[in-house]
Write a protein that binds this ligand. Structure first.
Ligand code: HEC
Length: 463
């Protein structure tokens, strides 16, 4: 930004003397200026032509009546009222919620809802010009907006095959955050492979009181995890045994998880879900709240080649996280892959002092590569960045994943409730955390080799 401003200044300084020389009289300067202004008015973006279309494509899914955003951005009158705020949020890349550094690492994501630089420029120019409506005849017809109470994946897969609810919990109007941990039987009598999962807090109040949801799978796997690639069974020394793991994690800004065609999660008969719902008070009682999880199965008898495991990789936990008042800190952690694997997503989790989080790969031959870097982290948005199929990292056995988290406990951090406080690890949002949620699909060695060869052929080589 600074850089282009600098070039802009040089350019206008160079242009100024030439313009002055060619101007014969004040009148012609004024005419030129008037012509420029007239041309700008014609080119200038208007609500009807450009801005409404961007809002439909990138904002209205949340900024509609009954959805999750605090205000509606549907009509010109709605948007005009909030023009300055819109410019501020868009120019700083806080809205739409997509806080990734787009200049490094993997560039293609399945759920990318960010604005392009050109779209940001259009919105900013529109606001700077006084947010004109333009000709109402140019406006697109209003969008039919999805009902926030319905399953978002229903459009793709139909209604869920299985819906499980957390046990009811009443959130008091005020008080400290609460963690509700009921265990619920999923009612399974046979083994099923899962292709997609969605978590849905109730609408409208549940969406306002639920900060995050974890669901952990409790099932009898026998001595070894079932359905896992044999190449991942070769435990590296010191590696903890893997459990069935998390079924799904949810936080504001996320709907669910859709597994790659060749992978899924495995549910065994008798499976139970252990819920952890993090509630916070909103000044009014929310009675008997329940969170729902929707599950879509692969057809009966179909077994995908691979089992995906959702990992919580800690960057720093417990006493490792030590953030003195007025300081910025960096913490790191390293995880070595026990088998060849495909990484499906990146979803960092921090709280109010969280600023940035990065995942890199150090390959067994020593090469190092940034996979994803969230450099504009917003604590109230837990966006899951899901890699597009043809770029999802394929990492050989022994690759080290390097995770880095940055916290900012100074007054520069607008989300910081108190830069004078020492901050350590803890559950409350005023405490800190630093971990990432990553779905890892371990692959058989020959399958991995083939996938790598196919990518090489397509000249989209990762490793
Ligand atoms: C995924 C849902 C979602 C999308 C998409 C989204 N927003 Fe938001 N927006 C929210 C929520 C929720 C809030 C309130 C929480 C917050 O401030 O982060 C918000 C807050 C805002 C605010 C601040 C409101 C205030 O009173 O301070 C502005 C401005 C805004 N959004 C504009 C936009 C624009 C413009 C777009 C599209 C370019 C957009 N948003 C896309 C959900 C969304």
């Amino acid at each position: 930004m600074k850089r282009s401003m600098f070039f802009f200044c040089i350019a206008s300084m160079a242009a100024a003397p030439a313009a002055t020389l060619s101007a014969q009289a004040d009148v012609s300067v004024a005419t030129v200026a008037a012509n420029v202004a007239a041309k700008r008015a014609v080119d200038a973006p208007s609500w009807s032509k450009e801005v409404s279309r961007i809002m439909q494509a990138k904002c209205q899914v949340c900024h509609t009546p009954g959805s999750i955003a605090p205000m509606v951005l549907v009509t010109y009158q709605d948007a005009k009222k909030f023009a300055d705020k819109i410019k501020a949020r868009v120019a700083t890349r806080r809205m739409p919620p997509w806080h990734l550094d787009k200049s490094v690492g993997i560039r293609e994501y399945k759920n990318d809802r960010s604005l392009s630089d050109a779209e940001i420029n259009t919105i900013v120019t529109w606001v700077d010009n006084g947010a004109p409506e333009g000709d109402a005849k140019d406006a697109p017809p209003p969008m039919t907006l999805p009902d926030p109470a319905i399953w978002q994946y229903a459009e793709k897969f139909g209604q869920p095959d299985l819906i499980v609810k957390s046990a009811p919990y009443t959130v008091a109007p005020s008080g400290q955050d609460k963690w509700w941990r009921p265990e619920v039987d999923m009612g399974l009598t046979e083994e099923r492979w899962v292709r997609a999962i969605e978590i849905k807090p109730s609408v409208p109040l549940g969406k306002r009181v639920v900060h995050h949801v974890l669901t952990t799978l409790q099932q009898d796997e026998g001595p070894m995890l079932q359905g896992l690639a044999s190449s991942a069974m070769d435990h590296s020394p010191g590696a903890r045994p893997m459990g069935a793991g998390l079924f799904m994690e949810w936080a504001l800004g996320k709907a669910g998880e859709i597994f790659n065609d060749d992978a899924g999660k495995l549910l065994l008969p008798g499976a139970k879900l252990r819920w952890e719902v993090h509630y916070y008070a909103i000044g009014q009682e929310v009675k008997d709240d329940q969170v729902e999880i929707g599950v879509w199965y692969y057809p009966k008898g179909y077994k995908p080649k691979n089992r995906t495991i959702l990992n919580m990789f800690n960057i720093a936990a417990g006493s490792e996280l030590d953030i003195p008042p007025g300081q910025k800190t960096i913490t790191q952690n390293f995880i070595t892959l026990r088998g060849p694997a495909r990484i499906e997503n990146f979803q960092p989790h921090m709280h109010m002092r969280g600023k940035a989080a990065m995942m890199e790969a150090v390959y067994p031959d020593g090469r190092r590569e940034v996979l994803s870097h969230v450099n504009n982290f917003q604590w109230n948005w837990h966006v899951n960045y899901i890699y597009a199929d043809h770029v999802a990292p394929l990492l050989p056995k022994g690759t080290m994943l390097v995770f880095t988290a940055w916290h900012d406990n100074t007054k520069d951090n607008a989300s910081n409730p108190d830069p004078e406080q020492w901050v350590g690890w803890g559950d409350r949002t005023v405490d800190e955390m630093a971990h990432v949620w990553v779905d890892v699909t371990y692959l058989e060695q020959d399958d991995f080799d083939k996938k790598v060869a196919d990518r090489k052929k397509a000249a989209l080589v990762k490793p």
